[in-house]
Design a protein around this ligand. Structure first.
Ligand SMILES: *Cc1c(COP(=O)(O)O)cnc(C)c1O
Length: 376
């Protein structure tokens, strides 16, 4: 996948499991997104991979940041980001986190309820706020629906209310669901957002910003459209709904920036069968649902897995992690085939693992250490 990673693996004795991330590939992806979405502010969703090396590289490239917690805000500041380039993008914040973020100079906060708006008004007086609206999340392989956002009419009322509380009603946001393969999913949300812009204009409030969230897919198994296609489709939707009167625009890509830059190296612990004449083998790896591959929950994210024997004869497998939890199965229903030559002790590569892995690992379930990380 990356010559740089291949070379690093050849000359380095690595303890496994570990994640190796090629920072140049992070940079390439960021640049591709920035070029495809010219004029749009790119707020990297820190949660996808908050490693200092990643954040530093992105700061250098001029990225802005979507932080989900006070801790993530501090990580961005430590990496050199300016407070005004950080959005506190979680609709769930403790009052002390809001107050401290505000004291650190953060001026942009999201909300999706009156309760959250009250907290922001009290602890970050005068801040810019944007309201997250509900979206369908149709087709997304990792949906974020139901939990976040409110209905359009409520968003309109709350943004109008925000100005009476001394806050600046700044804009709207939505998220079409993570690993969203369908660029047309943005259209519905952009159309709805435009409705809210109009309704607020009637009430004398001019919103300035539309945040179109993350969701841009990474290349796992299967085919995805190139980023340029997403950018173009979204641009057409913006023209269709907003015409010449376009607001300032934000996106918050996480996965699309870092996933393909990372390879997770794992050792096969056991290859076995459940009965002597079974055709399907069980392959147990030293990393699973609790060691960094949380997104295989429900077999949602289907990582490409490569081995030293690729090209040779292969057969069907179920793939599981090393812990004593029966839920620690990566793929049992999804069809995966691995080489018949694969044995305990072999190393496999779990590709495109740079997003939602390192920080998604348990701290020591069953005594297994969190995933080791190398940034090159
Ligand atoms: C997780 C998240 C993102 C990033 O989503 P990706 O699908 O990884 O691009 C962006 N914005 C918000 C508010 C999020 O919660």
């Amino acid at each position: 996948m990356s010559d740089k990673i291949d070379q690093f693996l050849e000359k380095t004795e690595l303890e496994v499991p570990c994640l190796v991330v090629d920072l140049d590939r992070v940079e390439d992806r960021y640049n591709q997104i920035a070029q495809g979405m010219a004029g749009v502010d790119i707020y990297y969703a820190v949660k996808a991979n908050p490693a200092l090396q990643v954040l530093r590289r992105l700061v250098k490239l001029g990225a802005k940041f979507d932080a989900a917690s006070l801790q993530e805000i501090r990580m961005c500041l430590d990496a050199g980001a300016r407070p005004r380039d950080i959005s506190f993008g979680n609709t769930l914040k403790k009052p002390c986190a809001i107050a401290e973020a505000h004291a650190l100079g953060i001026d942009l906060f999201v909300f999706d309820s009156e309760g959250e708006l009250d907290k922001i008004a009290t602890h970050a007086p005068g801040a810019k706020v944007y309201c997250r609206i509900l979206t369908e999340n149709g087709n997304a392989e990792w949906p974020l629906s139901r939990k976040f956002g409110c209905e359009i009419d409520m968003a309109v009322d709350l943004l109008a209310f925000a100005s009476t509380k001394g806050l600046i009603p700044y804009g709207l946001s939505f998220h079409v669901g993570s690993q969203q393969p369908d660029p047309h999913q943005w259209d519905w949300a952009i159309g709805h957002a435009h409705e809210a812009f109009e309704k607020l204009a009637v009430r004398g409030i001019k919103l300035e910003m539309l945040n179109m969230g993350g969701g841009f897919p990474a290349q796992y198994r299967g085919i995805i459209d190139p980023f340029e296609h997403f950018a173009e489709t979204i641009r057409q939707s913006l023209d269709k709904h907003f015409g010449a009167d376009q607001p300032a625009l934000m996106i918050e890509p996480g996965r699309a920036v870092v996933a393909e830059a990372g390879v997770l190296i794992s050792e096969v612990i056991l290859v076995s069968k459940k009965r002597a004449d079974a055709t399907r083998r069980w392959v147990y790896l030293d990393v699973g649902l609790f060691g960094g591959l949380a997104e295989t929950m429900g077999e949602a994210i289907k990582y490409p897995i490569t081995t030293p024997y690729d090209g040779g004869p292969s057969g069907p497998v179920a793939i599981a992690g090393p812990t004593c939890d029966g839920a620690d199965i990566l793929y049992e229903h999804t069809i995966y085939e691995l080489p018949l030559a694969l044995r305990a002790g072999d190393r496999v590569r779990i590709e495109a693992a740079g997003a939602y892995t390192t920080t998604y690992a348990s701290v020591g379930f069953n005594g297994f250490a969190p995933l080791q990380e190398h940034y090159i």
